[in-house]
Unconditional design. Structure first.
Length: 164
């Protein structure tokens, strides 16, 4: 059993510019890569849980999300770290793409993405937490039975260090 940290993506790991799906538009938040490296050094599993309603809205595809996440992994590998797994929700009840336009149990504040990781990995829930930039992120953590912390801005590594 290992402790884990769940990060929301847009607004926490990267600057939220709205519907980011191309590497050229992705910009890491200050201290984000270093926060991931720090957690890996402390033997934490690191996950991303991100609502990606742009798929349901027809702005981009699931392949675009996977490609962006692969780019993030390549960037992290340059500093000797990684994200252990990415979980995303492509659904939205107001979408326009059939198959993605619906209510689901993975869209935060629902706990589905976190619960999926809890099922996929041996995670110590007592030492596990989520960092998000919206109240719905923190609510998803609470709904999954883990701690949630609201990150506003600033150096993410410093923020994470302050949680220990």
């Amino acid at each position: 059993m290992k402790p884990a940290v769940f990060f929301d993506r847009d607004g926490v790991l990267n600057i939220d510019k709205g519907y980011i799906f191309q590497p050229k538009d992705f910009e890491w938040n200050e201290g984000a890569r270093e926060a991931i490296a720090l957690l890996s050094q402390k033997d934490y599993l690191v996950f991303v849980v991100t609502n990606q309603s742009g798929v349901a809205r027809g702005f981009y595809s699931e392949d675009d999300i996977k490609n962006l996440h692969a780019f993030m992994q390549e960037e992290l590998a340059k500093i000797g770290t990684q994200i252990d797994a990415f979980y995303y929700c492509p659904h939205h009840p107001d979408g326009s793409v059939p198959g993605y336009t619906r209510e689901c149990d993975c869209r935060k504040p629902a706990p589905g993405m976190i619960e999926a990781a809890l099922g996929d990995f041996a995670i110590d829930k007592e030492k596990t937490f989520l960092v998000g930039d919206k109240p719905t992120d923190v609510k998803a953590a609470e709904n999954a039975g883990i701690k949630g912390y609201l990150y506003k801005q600033g150096n993410l590594k410093n923020f994470v260090e302050g949680l220990f």
